[in-house]
Design a protein around this ligand. Structure first.
Ligand SMILES: *Cc1c(COP(=O)(O)O)cnc(C)c1O
Length: 482
């Protein structure tokens, strides 16, 4: 008869095989292609070759799936992946995921996983300290990503501003509620408004200044005219490290405006929040301590496996007010203890132990380890800028964070050049970069997301794009000759 446990012998054999395969991938994915072939028919055929009427052995199955994954993914762990904040996951985080899977703690109710629940609360409090929130007042919850954390923020803001919202829902809005963020903010803010029943029209995306930061004068003007028009502003989202260009909004000024109009101030520092761990970078986020809440992704610059984010607030009562529902069936063993059931503070109900990967990483590397890695990655970003400028590339953004948007000095008015260059890079498999429009110009966007990206890799990237630029110029001249 089948046992879902498999036999101890099968388990041992499979674990040994898996460890071998995983170590090979983890240590070896720094070589070879960065990008997969995108052959839909081939990939689908590979997936559909699994015949559930004719099961395979566990070892055969594992070999098959790891081969497929190794072939058909963008290798985020590759040092030539200059991507969308997706990190190379540090090794403790990989182990934490494995350990979590085996113990499988259920974090919905505190009493089912008291140690794990306290680990997550401890981390939230520790990061609250880094933000500058008062320790006792700090509360928060782990989320699947920045998108969920931002939805959590909008929900908290609505519950604070419209006390009847939790009971009456949208009927509580006698006027149109409005959220403000910059035109460069992450679109999960719009998603958050949509799923909260507000809709896209409730989000005012404020123009940005020359440094791609929210124009705070335009912010106040828009709030004033919205109030005159009979609307009800309730929230401002500042971004500390925009996804496109790494711009950091003036959080200090936004806090002042939020205070003046009595609005919830949320800082989305999904990526850039990591700067809080580096003393000389922390001032970049000046004003973040005045936020009512903060989004900080763990699976971006904190270099752990997908998926993990933190929502942190300095209002200890707001998550409970926003999410608590009492039920007859949830465990009550902790009823008399002064503890919080995570399910009462979150969009999620059953919960995975997401915090372990951060806890284990910090146990092993400490704040110091994180500080050094983040500093080194930032220095790599500055170095990349230097090499680009020496090679006639023009930098279009101005963030101190390791994210560079650039174009060619002489080809910047040719709209076809950058998209062509980017798709040539990606198709070559040698690196991954993307196109992002900056002030009306297409730019190549390259972000240092891998702590192993070294000076050699930076040189390789510039060499690759220089060559593609030469090819483009040759092509352009020869077609011009005709
Ligand atoms: C990535 C990002 C998000 C979305 O976070 P996910 O973890 O992808 O859900 C939100 N805001 C900013 C600024 C981001 O960079």
């Amino acid at each position: 008869m089948t046992s879902f446990d498999l036999t101890p012998g099968e388990r041992k054999k499979t674990l040994e095989l898996v460890i071998d395969i995983l170590e090979k991938y983890y240590s070896g994915n720094t070589a070879g292609r960065v990008t997969p072939p995108l052959e839909v028919a081939e990939i689908r055929a590979e997936v559909e070759s699994a015949d559930f009427d004719n099961p395979l052995s566990i070892t055969g199955s594992v070999t098959k799936i790891t081969e497929a994954l190794g072939k058909y993914i963008v290798h985020l762990g590759h040092p030539m992946y200059y991507g969308l904040f997706n990190p190379r996951p540090n090794f403790p985080s990989v182990l934490a995921d494995l350990i979590t899977a085996v113990y499988n703690p259920q974090l919905a109710a505190w009493s089912h996983s008291p140690w794990a629940s306290e680990v997550e609360l401890y981390l939230v409090k520790q990061f609250g300290q880094k933000i500058g929130f008062p320790y006792e007042a700090t509360d928060g919850v782990f989320a699947t990503g920045g998108a969920e954390a931002n939805i959590t923020a909008v929900q908290c803001a609505l519950n604070r501003h419209f006390p009847e919202y939790g009971e009456s829902g949208c009927i509580a809005f006698r006027k149109r509620p409005l959220v403000y963020c910059s035109a460069e903010a992450h679109h999960s803010v719009i998603r958050a408004a949509k799923v909260s029943g507000l809709g896209r029209e409730s989000v005012r995306m404020i123009q940005v200044n020359d440094r791609l930061e929210m124009d705070t004068r335009a912010l106040e003007e828009t709030i004033n005219s919205d109030i005159s028009a009979g609307h009800e502003p309730f929230m401002i989202v500042g971004t500390a490290g925009t996804t496109g260009t790494g711009a950091i909004d003036n959080l200090e000024k936004i806090a002042e405006t939020a205070g003046k109009y009595n609005l919830w101030f949320h800082t989305d520092s999904a990526w850039g929040g990591a700067a809080l761990l580096v003393p000389e970078m922390k001032p970049l986020l000046k004003g973040i301590a005045k936020s009512d809440s903060v989004t900080l992704d763990v699976h971006k610059w904190l270099s752990v496996t997908m998926s993990a984010s933190m929502f942190i607030t300095r209002h200890s009562d707001i998550l409970g007010r926003t999410f608590r529902i009492t039920t007859d069936y949830m465990p009550r063993e902790a009823g008399k203890l002064e503890v919080v059931d995570p399910f009462s503070h979150s969009i999620q109900w059953s919960r995975r132990f997401t915090g372990l990967k951060l806890y284990l990483s910090l146990m092993v590397f400490g704040w110091k380890g994180y500080e050094e890695v983040i500093r080194r990655m930032t220095a790599a970003g500055s170095r990349l800028k230097e090499i680009l400028v020496q090679n006639n590339w023009e930098i279009l953004n101005s963030t101190p964070m390791p994210l560079v948007c650039f174009t060619d000095r002489d080809l910047k008015d040719d709209p076809a050049f950058i998209p062509w260059l980017c798709s040539s890079v990606v198709a070559s498999g040698n690196a991954w970069v993307s196109v992002y429009p900056v002030k009306g110009l297409n730019a190549i966007r390259a972000c240092i997301t891998n702590y192993n990206t070294s000076e050699t890799h930076l040189g390789d990237l510039v060499k690759i794009i220089n060559e593609i630029r030469s090819d483009y110029l040759k092509k352009k001249t020869s077609s011009g000759d005709r």
